[in-house]
Design a protein around this ligand. Structure first.
Ligand SMILES: [Zn+2]
Length: 411
């Protein structure tokens, strides 16, 4: 066990370096999406725009029908539609139009009976080739049926490609190909490696504090850009509706958001890759973000911290990610287990029993690590060897993280 903690925590139950619950590791199929930048020529860009328009036309056509059709019926209706409008057959790959039917069906499912609204040009930004109509060529070209060969930057070699989605950014000036590949992956579920575990406490003031006493500041990309954003929003609302100037202002606004998103994504990717490559086993608190974002003033800050995105990235990059119940992680002493209740403004944990003094979030991170290890050990050890009695886990109505956010908001 590789624990470089100070102060030394209460020793977790002894565990072997690896645990085999079954000897053969499984291989399973998984769909992975890769995103590649496209560089279409002016003429190709025009064709791409026209393709979006055509798909949107079909999409809105299905919405305009008096009664909603099933996906199957829509596909049937497509053949008739193509008889009436030969340009559909001429300029659009048939599988692509079928994917529009799928898109309509999916949107209906999400809407759950609510009426869908027609899509405008600005909010219809992608179309899909499924199984056929595309080919990746050696010299960095993506060949698309009815459109042509577009320059693509392949930063990795996709194999077994099943589907290609072409998407336009909201700013309207960048194009991407999202390539779905069917790959074989080795499942990690059978072997648990314990050699390098870490507990991560995520927060608002700090992005996270982990059990090796490392702090990651919250870069707050959105918060930093609030002033330019406000200005850009104001500019849009002052322009006359429908004017070219308004369109231009809107594009500027979209570019600001795009830049913020890119920065945030880059940050999260780097951090998650860092943890995934350094640790075998990652423990996180289970956070109820959806609950927390109901408070709107807070929502921005929480979403800005992008905890869920971070967790998602960790889950597909890391060996194993385990979520633990967050209750009492910031109250209990990580060294002796003694509960030290403290107000949220108190940032230092001072144990009245053993005298441990450490950062409040560091204390939580160690507790998360311990609780995670204990839960895994309990699962795998025979009952008579279980040294730790299971902690009674009480689900609090309002988690401490929510309290912390509350205090920060007032402070
Ligand atoms: Zn203590």
């Amino acid at each position: 066990m590789n624990l470089f903690l100070y102060p030394p925590p209460h020793p977790p139950a002894k565990v072997p370096e690896t645990l085999n619950s079954s000897s053969n590791s499984d291989v399973y199929k998984k769909m992975l999406n890769y995103k590649f930048r496209l560089y279409p020529t002016k003429e190709q860009e025009l064709l791409l725009e026209q393709t979006l328009d055509g798909c949107r036309w079909v999409y809105n056509y299905f919405l305009s029908l008096p009664s909603p059709m099933s996906e199957y019926d829509m596909n049937y209706a497509l053949t008739e539609l193509k008889e009436q409008h030969p340009w559909l057959r001429k300029y659009y790959h048939s599988k692509m139009l079928q994917m529009v039917a799928k898109q309509v069906a999916a949107a209906r499912k999400v809407a759950k009976g609510r009426k869908l609204s027609y899509r405008k040009d600005s909010d219809f930004n992608s179309f899909t080739y499924n199984q056929s109509g595309f080919r990746l060529e050696n010299n960095n070209r993506l060949s698309l049926s009815k459109i042509g060969r577009i320059r693509i930057v392949l930063h990795r070699q996709p194999v077994n490609v099943k589907q290609v989605t072409i998407s336009r950014t909201k700013t309207g000036n960048k194009w991407y190909a999202i390539v779905a590949c069917d790959v074989l992956r080795r499942s990690f579920s059978t072997i648990i490696r314990y050699a390098k575990p870490v507990g991560i406490d995520v927060g608002i003031a700090k992005f996270c504090h982990h059990s090796d006493n490392h702090v990651e500041d919250n870069p707050q990309f959105l918060t930093k850009m609030l002033r330019p954003l406000r200005r850009a929003h104001r500019r849009v609302s002052r322009r006359q509706i429908g004017s070219n100037n308004r369109k231009k202002a809107k594009r500027m606004l979209a570019r600001l958001y795009e830049r913020i998103n890119n920065k945030r994504k880059d940050f999260l990717h780097k951090k998650s890759a860092y943890y995934a490559s350094r640790y075998d086993l990652i423990f996180l608190e289970r956070l109820r973000v959806m609950n927390m974002t109901k408070n709107h003033r807070l929502a921005r800050k929480i979403l800005d911290a992008s905890w869920s995105a971070f967790k998602n990235m960790l889950q597909y990059k890391a060996n194993r990610v385990v979520e633990v119940e967050p209750s009492y992680t910031s109250i209990n002493c990580s060294r002796c287990g003694h509960p030290v209740p403290k107000s949220l403004a108190v940032r230092i944990h001072v144990c009245t029993k053993c005298g441990a003094i450490l950062d409040r979030d560091y204390n939580s991170a160690i507790n998360i690590l311990k609780r995670g290890l204990e839960s895994l050990v309990l699962l795998l050890l025979p009952v008579e060897r279980r040294e730790v009695t299971p902690v009674e886990i009480v689900l609090q109505q309002r988690s401490l993280k929510q309290e912390e956010a509350h205090v920060l908001r007032r402070g």
